[in-house]
Design a protein around this ligand. Structure first.
Ligand code: AMP
Length: 272
């Protein structure tokens, strides 16, 4: 009897449900966790106002036929006296998102470890959209000898190319239009890569040009080796181009695997 686990923070959208569908197709029993994890929000971030919709989430999960939903209270996940930390070191756990969101991956690593121990799944499902989180989780699952297979699922996008995210709810209509600079930038970089460009600087410039035109505030645009999260000067197929940018007050991340993911343009996106 194989068990699949899909960890989420709720406010479920088609991206989450694609992970659930994949797990349902591959596992005999599927558990979904819904936990807005306070420890993975950096100080001053949106923990309080993060979207929560437990009733419609439960309805969607019942519709998908999942076998168990785990919605622990914060005190159940983090009882008084809890003193154990799980830190993934090196560029995988310390660069990019970790730099900009202090403590973020410490929170992710601890909660994912606890969820893996609680559910003891054969497989756990994560979205490529959070590429660095996937790398952190793959690293800890291996390093801690969990025996859990980490399954990374493709990014689900809206029809216009914007990656689905619970935080898209924060965008005004105007900001949502500006946010399309992110998939447009990734698409431009993918096109240049397909045309033979391998210099990271030129590929990064293809993205930053679109972001600047939309007046986005760039946190980083980088090309990394997916296993180590070390930046590369010369891109090769499988390298990931990462984007983190702020549109007004909303921070969005996205990425593309060069040479393998379809460019995120309108009409070229995954649906469930
Ligand atoms: P979250 O609720 O934001 O913590 O996300 C829960 C899981 O869903 C994570 O593994 C995310 O990477 C994944 N996920 C979020 N958005 C998407 C998306 N647009 N496509 C695929 N997976 C996603």
């Amino acid at each position: 009897m194989s068990v699949g686990l899909v960890p989420t923070m709720g406010a479920l959208h088609r991206g989450h449900l694609s992970l659930v569908a994949r797990a349902m197709g591959e596992c005999d029993r599927v558990a979904v966790s819904i936990f807005v994890n306070p420890r993975q929000f950096a100080p001053g971030e949106d923990f309080e106002r993060y979207p929560r919709s437990p009733e419609s989430d439960l309805e969607a999960l019942a519709g998908a036929g999942v076998h168990a939903v785990y919605m622990p209270a914060v005190e159940a996940m983090y009882p008084a006296g809890l003193s154990t930390a799980v830190h993934v070191t090196g560029p995988v756990g310390e660069g990019f998102e970790a730099d900009l969101r202090p403590g973020h991956f410490h929170g992710v690593a601890l909660v994912v470890t606890k969820l893996l121990v609680a559910a003891r799944p054969d497989r756990a499902y994560f979205g490529q959209k959070d590429a660095q989180q996937c790398a952190v989780v793959e690293r800890l699952a291996r390093d801690l000898d969990t025996g859990v297979q980490i399954v990374v699922c493709p990014t689900v996008r809206d029809g216009d190319g914007l990656a689905l995210s619970s935080r898209n709810q924060y965008l005004s209509a105007e900001d949502r239009r500006r946010a399309l600079a992110i998939p447009a930038g990734l698409a431009a970089a993918a096109t240049r890569f397909e045309a033979g460009e391998r210099g990271s600087a030129a590929l990064i410039e293809a993205v930053t040009e679109k972001l600047r035109a939309a007046d986005a505030t760039i946190d980083y645009v980088a090309i990394v080796d997916p296993g180590t999260f070390m930046e590369v000067e010369t891109a090769s197929p499988g390298c990931q181009i990462l984007v983190a940018a702020r549109i007004g007050t909303t921070r969005l991340i996205d990425n593309l695997r060069l040479g393998s993911d379809a460019a995120p343009s309108a009409g070229a996106f995954h649906t469930t």
